[in-house]
Design a protein. Structure first.
Length: 420
């Protein structure tokens, strides 16, 4: 649940109040502050605004006027917050919503009422605020909606997004083997687009707010210490230089806990030695966080093997293919439940001809570039203080970290029995 408060943060005698939005999402606290556009004097705010039962008529009128402005702005922001996908909320979003409150869009402004036309407009408007990965996800969803339109032979309007659409869209996706969480992600994005259109006074369904979907918790797939040993012990004669290079990256990722966008940029010049310890310094691409992490003996062995250098960088798509083959060679064959991308033969679906199909597979079939990060967090849980692991992985709260490695309350209780 979000809350809003107002603060006077200026050294000037008169200034705009700062509006602060506070909320909690995925067990993490967020606070954003922007200028509210509501100007008051420092004396009024500190001495008079909260004065109860004033007798001065001018002060009574002043309090009423300011409280009315603050209340209306607060209602606007909270309403828009509840209508917006939480992942899209940030400081720029808050500044934009304050601006919309003070300068509403003129009614003569023309916006498309077709869903896909508006979707494209939304992506272009938000392009400077969204990461390339988020834009790519939105485009995938737009392509899915386009295929749904082709299947129903009907062009969707913004106002068509209602409970009946939700039901039909889910049935179409299930029939075409889309995973539950993929469908949920798509519907949430579709609802976000409609709420944005609603702000621009495009007609929406009265049922829009009743569209609800939930993610299902997925099983965490990771490489155990035993799996990693099997990978390390593959006969080098069975691996080409390319696959040996990929194997070394996989081992490095399992002992550093970083994303592929970061570990593929590791280089010799980012290493420094302090008190005899090798430290690696880099900036995380996704978060912009400046990191300094230790390199353990397994990583140092690989560097020694390569004359102090990291393996050669590999494109993510090729890397995913290579490490699957490596894990297959290492006989990582445990049966596990999960979702696997499968190519679909469909002449009408050349934009994204893959589906994530749920089922039981051999573990090597589900290996992707992310498995090193999750393996690091899971294997070292209980062996290294959780706060240190969170520093390495970048999780902000312990609950987020535990959810990431798939620890339930029962698992935590069993861990606690070691101390009783």
């Amino acid at each position: 649940m979000a809350t809003i408060n107002y603060l006077y943060r200026s050294v000037r005698d008169s200034a705009s109040l700062v509006l602060r939005l506070l909320y909690r999402h995925d067990n993490q606290d967020y606070v954003y502050g922007v200028k509210s556009g509501i100007i008051v004097s420092k004396h009024y705010w500190n001495k008079e605004h909260k004065k109860k039962n004033p007798r001065d008529v001018d002060l009574i009128n002043k309090q009423t006027e300011i409280n009315s402005k603050l209340s209306k702005l607060k209602s606007h922001i909270l309403k828009r917050f509840n209508e917006t996908e939480t992942e899209l909320v940030n400081k720029k979003w808050l500044e934009q919503e304050v601006s919309y409150f003070h300068h509403p869009l003129k009614s003569e402004t023309s916006f498309p009422n077709g869903f896909l036309e508006y979707f494209n407009l939304f992506i272009e408007e938000k392009r400077s605020e969204l990461t390339n990965a988020t834009i790519k996800k939105y485009n995938v969803i737009a392509n899915l909606v386009s295929r749904y339109e082709d299947n129903t032979d009907k062009k969707l309007l913004i106002k068509d997004i209602d409970l009946n659409f939700k039901r039909n869209f889910e049935e179409y996706c299930i029939k075409n083997d889309y995973a539950h969480n993929t469908i949920t992600r798509a519907i949430r994005a579709i609802k976000t687009i409609c709420n944005h259109a609603k702000l621009n006074e495009v007609e929406t369904s009265l049922q829009l707010d009743r569209i609800k979907v939930r993610y299902k918790k997925s099983k965490s797939i990771y490489l155990t210490i035993e799996d990693i040993e099997k990978i390390k012990n593959i006969d080098k004669q069975k691996l080409s230089e390319t696959y040996d290079n990929a194997r070394d990256w996989l081992i490095i990722s399992c002992f550093t806990g970083q994303r592929i966008s970061d570990f593929m940029r590791f280089s010799k010049d980012k290493i420094r030695i302090e008190k005899g310890k090798h430290l690696l310094e880099f900036t995380q691409q996704k978060t912009g966080t400046v990191m300094t992490i230790p390199l353990n003996k397994e990583v140092l062995k690989i560097l020694e093997k390569r004359d102090g250098h990291f393996p050669k960088p590999i494109a993510s798509q090729k890397y995913n293919s290579y490490i699957k083959s490596i894990c297959k060679e290492a006989k990582i064959n445990d049966a596990v439940s999960g979702g696997k991308l499968t190519k679909i033969e469909d002449e009408h679906n050349d934009k994204f001809p893959y589906r994530k199909e749920s089922g039981e597979y051999k573990k090597w079939q589900l290996v992707t570039s992310h498995i090193g990060r999750r393996s690091f967090a899971t294997n070292y849980y209980g062996k290294i203080p959780t706060s240190f692991l969170m520093y390495m992985t970048g999780h902000k709260t312990e609950q987020m970290f535990l959810n990431y490695i798939g620890k339930s309350n029962k698992d935590i209780a069993l861990e606690l029995t070691k101390y009783f």
